[in-house]
Unconditional design. Sequence first.
Length: 256
Amino acid sequence: MSLSAARPSPHITMPHRAMFRNHHVPSDAAEARRLAALDMAAALRAGRCPTDRAFDRFLPDDLRGVSGHYWTPVAAAKRAAEWLNDLKIRTVVDIGSGAGKFCVVAALVGQCRVTGLEQRRSLVASARALVQLFELRDRVSFVHGALGAMATPSADAYYLYNPFGHYFFGPDHADPSVESSVTRQAQDVATVEALLRQAPIGTYVVTYNGFGGRGPATYTLIRVDDTLPNPLTLWRKERNTPRRDLVRRRPSLGFV
């Protein structure tokens, strides 16, 4: 039996009782989980690619069950981080960061600082716990808030994995403050499109399976990986206004 579960002796004096209650001794299972997370961190830093099943065991049970539908696969996050590392990107914002899977993998593989923006408070709490487990609090942080209701953190690059829609993560993550409607989805997409239009030249955008809208024609495709379950693309803003000759020939120029 661990110390945290043991019943204190009735002969312990009051000061020792208080010390006993406040001193946290991790259980064997918690310590094994921490060591397993550090082993996975070492594997990712060494260039290996653990399976999603292996990574997802560090998520809460209910979020583990929906990970394959909503969270970025390890292989996609690893590839994106490698691209950003090659370009010496220092800061990345994950819009709609969910349980923090992309943020953690990207920080372990690359050298950038990652900020996740997420509107569901319960997911932010889970993401912060994941960051603490992987000992990344110095490079990964999360902001709780809805897109457009607060200033989006500025960054060298933005990451988008189809973040807008009606998603269900289980009853424990139902949040009445989060609006799920076609109108709200259209507003969020328009907010991202405006953010990308206003971003400075040299800003990068990584999309995995798009974001539901169309990026400005001022961005140029730099890299693409179509070997993953969904397309992974990297774009760079090259100018503030689109080239007129290209827009005339291809009115839909931009990215999705």
